[in-house]
Design a protein around this ligand. Structure first.
Ligand SMILES: [Zn+2]
Ligand SMILES: [Zn+2]
Length: 254
């Protein structure tokens, strides 16, 4: 009993120290709004009130396969998922890739705004937790960056999101299993067919026998699903039964 109390006391002190550290960091490095980049009031949230409405959450109707927002109220799948057979099981996204989100992601990835991750993670957890709990994954796996791009950028945005979500949702994150061995051309510049070719053998697994049943692959943007398909193909070949995707945002589909 005494030991338990001492443990609790130590735990409380650690939590208080963590909070104090966060408060000090907030004072030294004020948080910025991920949309307009203005400095946010001290302890005043992670996005400014004027910009909160600029980001659009993906709501129903959405494609049952790729999770993108659908225009049609009656369709179950987007045109893309009706014509392409995806290897992944299902994908969900938190936000629509609109102009505000495009700007936020650009600053996050290329403008050294790593701190936006906190807002992205909290939003993803809040919006996606119900579906994530239903999937009940064994692990979260971030889409890896090639080491050359990682050294240029200094961080992998998908890994930041996955690690934050792991803490928020209590699901383990695995980072050493999947490796990017080809420094591919940015996908946004390519057609679907070119994306597929670009990604062929772009990834490799460090183990050919993966003891996981269900995993969720974490990335920032869902475009055509080619990256997720390529990773799902590898993971399923190594014994994983179900591979899902969870991205910060995705475009609107027809
Ligand atoms: Zn703002
Ligand atoms: Zn779809």
């Amino acid at each position: 009993m005494v030991i338990k109390n001492r443990k609790n006391r130590c735990g409380n002190i650690a939590v208080k120290l963590n909070r104090t550290r966060e408060l000090l960091l907030d004072l030294i490095y004020p948080r910025r709004c991920p949309v307009c980049d203005s400095v946010l009031p001290f302890r005043g949230g992670l996005i400014c009130s004027a910009c909160a409405g600029e980001l659009e959450v993906v709501r129903e109707p959405s494609c049952r396969k790729c999770g993108r927002k659908l225009f049609s109220e009656t369709a179950e799948y987007c045109r893309d998922c009706l014509s392409v057979s995806h290897t992944f099981d299902r994908c969900i996204s938190a936000f629509i890739y609109n102009d505000a989100m495009q700007g936020a992601i650009f600053k996050f990835k290329y403008g050294n705004r790593k701190e936006y991750a906190q807002f992205f993670v909290q939003s993803m957890a809040r919006i996606g937790w119900r579906e994530i709990k239903t999937i009940c994954p064994d692990a979260l796996i971030p889409v890896p960056l090639h080491k050359k791009r990682l050294s240029e950028r200094g961080f992998n945005q998908a890994e930041l999101l996955a690690k934050g979500l792991s803490k928020e949702l209590g699901i383990p994150v695995i980072t050493g299993l999947l490796e990017r061995r080809k420094n591919t051309v940015p996908q946004k510049m390519l057609s679907r067919e070119a994306r597929r070719k670009n990604l062929k053998k772009a990834f490799q697994l460090s183990s050919c026998d993966v003891k996981l049943k269900r995993v969720i692959v974490i990335d920032d943007i869902y475009t055509t699903g080619s990256t997720l398909d390529e990773i799902a193909f590898l993971l399923k070949g190594a014994g994983v039964q179900e591979v899902y995707g969870f991205t910060l945002c995705s475009g609107i589909s027809l």
